[in-house]
Unconditional design. Structure first.
Length: 683
């Protein structure tokens, strides 16, 4: 029990009121400041940045002399051949560590083994299912500890497997797996041989696999028979089989046995992971990769229906993700730290802060296979207690769900091992921040609210745990080298507390290197609206302290449970259904998800609204994209409200969606034309 430790914050760290906290959005009425604890450094084996003064001095240097700053940091990694120039910037194209040769897998694994740390744990993994429990004993779970030496052997073996199937440097290997260590192993095996990976989130449906495999030109898919999710099996291999019906170029599918469900076998393309790796040599030298060789593609939603393949390359990504992980979480090897990011590896957080940013820091990374409420709502707290987790990184949507499930779940567990808490994926509302701070962190642990994106590769705006005073709801200050600003369309910086576009004005090492196969879209999306600056696609403001407050997306992307979803993707899925003629999708405030999906559809002749059709359409979206895209609310309408020039009045639809009880009137056919006429002038 630890309830006695959950003291109010103002007793523990001297909360005080901020001066003029004006202009804050209505949902962000927060003025308390939580000063950094003086004893934080001592509790974690030393702080890298000890106070705001040190932060400011290093920040200044990083902006004034980025090449000197990043060059010094990059020299702490292993390079097979040094670079000739730290940065070559030809807007909008950056090259970092030009001419340098390295291998990120070497820096994650081999380097640790060569330095005598082969027997230290690199990955702690826990499976979802609860193993047999008898009345007399505590529940047991399946746990694996993989050391750097274990990883070296397994990654090398799988790298040899990939080579034996013809994978060469520069090829793209698709990974569609559950949260098992073999997913990290497969990623690292690709990196080892200079192949790129494209990880597809295991929650996506077959159609999403087809799009991504085609766009990447991938000829090989690695999957699992199934993935555990709340005690049931997600049939990953069956989804791959369905996708392969439309993917004649896929030559090999490698399947890891995990859930032991029946799978259909296609002898000409199917292989079992265990058959191939059993026969493979455990010796595979690292390929020398150029700093700018493609490391991976990761698809993310944009304003059009087609997901964008974000390109990340080797050298800059390696240096930046490991450095942000180290400084933002204050990772110190040899001090019993155990870090756990709950993100699925299918998203960028899993790439950067479960795998690549973690391993070079020699602090073990915990991977958990399943859901937070399986078998019960205290699963996460149970994991933290049993493994003595010190760093915990999750999303506001999860925090809101925990709050709803009740304090009894965390209070049952001893969470005193925790030192640093993190938040990512969407703005954290101050209520959730306070709950996280007090109920999970016991009022002791700084919360690093990290703002970043798939495109940025690593943290961009974030507190540093020993240095930055925290204000609930603000992601605070930019990381080193990040020249973030709030500007108007002309690129002029906005005064404090004035909303504007969030941009980054200088290149940073892990920035995206483009959208796979679509140069024009890269330039249009990120570099056109405000010439010369990277447009993040978020609206934001800075307060008088210089702290950033993210207000939300400015494009047709909504943030559902911390996951990016293009409204057009959902619209295309809906109109693909026989009954639907036209669809408009907008975000609607949602208690747990932050933003939910609201869909308005018009039906074709011969179709009438009904509860059954509504359910069918929602399921249809789940099948086309994945469960995260299923509309929370779906309404039938006579016609969609449009302006005279034919544009759908999205603002009106957002208001309608937000203003009405979603459970009522689901089968009436609504007519928004009168409302549309009234509103036309302000759309
Ligand atoms: C949002 C996830 C507020 C933002 C790492 C961004 C956030 C999008 C935060 C990127 C945060 C992410 N506070 N908003 N701390 N972190 N976002 O590509 O809108 O899945 O543009 O990357 O999530 O989502 P993505």
């Amino acid at each position: 029990m630890r309830s006695d430790e959950a003291r109010p914050a103002d007793q523990t760290i001297g909360a005080r009121s901020a001066s003029a906290e004006t202009g804050i959005e209505s949902h962000l009425h927060e003025s308390r400041i939580f000063e950094a604890r003086k004893d934080f450094g001592a509790s974690v084996g030393g702080a890298y940045v000890r106070n705001l003064k040190e932060y400011r001095a290093r920040f200044k240097r990083s902006i004034e002399d980025p090449e000197g700053f990043w060059g010094e940091i990059a020299r702490q990694f292993d390079w097979f051949q040094p670079w000739t120039k730290v940065l070559q910037w030809d807007l909008p194209d950056a090259q970092w560590f030009v001419g340098g040769k390295t291998n990120i897998c070497h820096n994650c694994i081999d380097r640790q083994v060569l330095q005598g740390h082969g027997n230290e744990v690199a990955i702690v993994w826990e499976g979802e299912p609860e193993l047999t429990r008898d009345a007399a004993s505590a529940p047991r779970f399946e746990v694996r500890h993989l050391t750097y030496s274990d990883l070296l052997a397994e990654v090398s073996a799988f790298a040899n497997v990939l080579k034996s199937l013809g994978v060469r440097k520069g090829d793209v290997v698709t990974l569609y797996m559950g949260m098992v260590p073999e997913l990290a192993i497969a990623m690292l095996a690709c990196a080892r041989i200079g192949a790129a990976h494209s990880v597809i989130f295991g929650g996506f449906a077959a159609a999403a696999i087809v799009d991504r495999v085609q766009d990447a030109g991938s000829k090989i898919i690695v999957t699992c028979d199934g993935a555990w999710r709340r005690g049931s099996i997600v049939p990953l291999k069956a989804n791959v089989d369905a996708a392969c019906e439309q993917l004649p170029d896929v030559r090999h599918v490698i399947t890891l046995r995990r859930t032991k469900n029946d799978v259909t076998w296609f002898a000409e393309r199917d292989h079992w992971w265990h058959d191939l790796t059993r026969a493979a040599s455990r010796d595979c030298p690292c390929e020398w990769c150029d700093s700018e060789d493609l490391l991976y593609l990761l698809y993310t939603s944009g304003s059009t229906g087609k997901p964008k393949g974000i390109r990340h390359t080797t050298g800059g990504y390696m240096v930046y993700t490991a450095t942000t992980a180290k400084e933002v979480f204050n990772l110190v090897p040899g001090h019993g730290q155990l870090y756990w990011a709950t993100a699925d590896i299918g998203w960028v957080t899993g790439h950067s802060y479960v795998v690549y940013g973690m391993l070079p820091n020699r602090v073990p990374s915990l991977m958990y296979e399943g859901a937070p409420n399986a078998p019960a709502e205290d699963r996460f707290w149970d994991i933290i207690e049993r493994h003595r987790v010190t760093h915990f990184y999750t999303a506001p949507t999860a925090i809101r769900a925990f709050m709803k499930w009740g304090n009894e779940h965390p209070l049952k567990h001893n969470l005193t091992s925790l030192k640093v808490l993190g938040s990512v994926g969407e703005p954290i509302n101050p209520e959730a921040w306070m709950w996280y701070y007090q109920t999970i962190g016991g009022g002791r642990c700084p919360i690093v609210d990290t703002w970043w994106q798939t495109e940025t590769g690593g943290h961009m705006i974030t507190p540093l745990p020993a240095a930055t005073p925290l204000v609930p709801g603000s992601c605070t200050l930019p990381f080193f080298g990040v020249d973030a600003a709030i500007v108007n369309e002309k690129g002029e910086e906005q005064p404090p507390n004035t909303g504007g576009l969030l941009v980054i004005r200088k290149p940073w090492p892990s920035m995206l290197r483009g959208i796979h196969g679509d140069r024009e879209r890269y330039i249009d999306t990120y570099w056109s609206r405000v010439p010369g600056m990277y447009l993040a696609g978020d609206g934001a403001r800075r307060d008088e302290r210089g702290y950033f407050w993210i207000m939300g997306r400015i494009d047709d992307v909504i943030n559902v449970s911390g996951h990016r979803l293009g409204t057009m993707e959902v619209e295309s899925a809906l109109v693909a259904h026989d009954a639907v003629v036209e669809a408009a999708v907008v975000g609607v405030p949602h208690e747990i998800k932050g933003t939910g999906v609201a869909a308005f559809v018009t039906l074709g002749p011969g179709f009438t609204p009904s509860e059954a059709l509504r359910k069918d359409l929602i399921e249809h979206v789940g099948k086309e994209i994945g469960a995260i895209a299923k509309p929370d609310m779906l309404r039938f309408t006579q016609t969609l409200p449009k302006t005279r020039s034919g544009k759908i009045m999205r603002r009106l639809l957002r208001d309608i969606a937000a203003g009405r009880d979603t459970r009522q009137d689901t089968t009436t056919l609504e007519d928004f034309t009168v409302l549309a006429k009234l509103r036309e002038s302000d759309e």
